[in-house]
Ligand binder design. Sequence first.
Ligand SMILES: Nc1ncnc2c1ncn2[C@@H]1O[C@H](COP(=O)(O)OP(=O)(O)O)[C@@H](O)[C@H]1O
Ligand SMILES: [Mg+2]
Length: 287
Amino acid sequence: MSERVALVSSERGLRVDPDLPLASAALRAAGFAVDLVRWDDETVDWAAADLAVVRSCWDYAWRLEEFLAWAGSVPRLRNAVELLRWNTDKTYLRDLERVGLPVVPTVWNPTSAAALPDAAEWVVKPSVSAGSRDTARWSDAADALAHAAELTGAGRTAMVQPYLASVDDDGETAMLFIGGRFSHAVRKGPLLGRGEGVRQDRDSRGDLRAARPGDDQREVAEAVFEAIGNLQPGVPAPLYARIDLVRDVEGRPVVLELELTEPSLFLPQAPGAARALVHAVEAELSR
Ligand SMILES: Nc1ncnc2c1ncn2[C@@H]1O[C@H](COP(=O)(O)OP(=O)(O)O)[C@@H](O)[C@H]1O
Ligand SMILES: [Mg+2]
């Protein structure tokens, strides 16, 4: 009997995640039985899956406790629930910083203009978020502080960062790791318009193209990937990871995001990446 792989998504993810058709076709071609399912579908028998792979559970951000409880109940889940628990809150950036990795300068829960990072424009976002929800770019310190206060008032952790203008020209470089090694890079265009305020409907898949990373980007991404095992000892290695890099004012690559939960893998932009995913699943199942 063929082994069963569940690709786990959400109501919207099942409709529009462009990675799913490519991933499922490649896995089926390799002989797997593939189920495309929602994480919150109570009729799914998770014990029947030889491997359940979290993919596009885009609604986790506002259902975090429920999502992590579900993840803890699935017998063979990748990425492992410990990684999801750590990675669904961007406070993990502090852990990366603590071990000497370059991250976007971030001030947490600022309450005065003096506490804001030195910048002409700021990005304010909650530490638990995906798809740039509740995220905005401000050029007035009072607006940035009001946004941060709104988040903390709702019991959330507010992050304030300098708006890194390199995003406008160079974009953001997504470095994809599949099965423990670097697979490919994709350039993402800027998302936050000046004067736009908070928007919930941004399309983070708008402007995407294959990219060739610089040596310095490759070095930082490899170092971040290596650090995961040290920061989360004893936890099964990630099946997939995405490290989003931007260049700071000095042109150095810094980490904007380490995505171990539901990173888009940008399979349509990378011929061969779906096959890498198949190999990673095979390696996982032969362990
Ligand atoms: N400090 C920043 N400078 C410039 N752009 C940013 C900054 N932080 C976030 N953005 C923009 O907002 C988007 C969403 O922010 P991100 O930190 O990636 O959170 P998420 O993708 O989890 O919502 C990014 O893809 C980027 O376009
Ligand atoms: Mg992002």
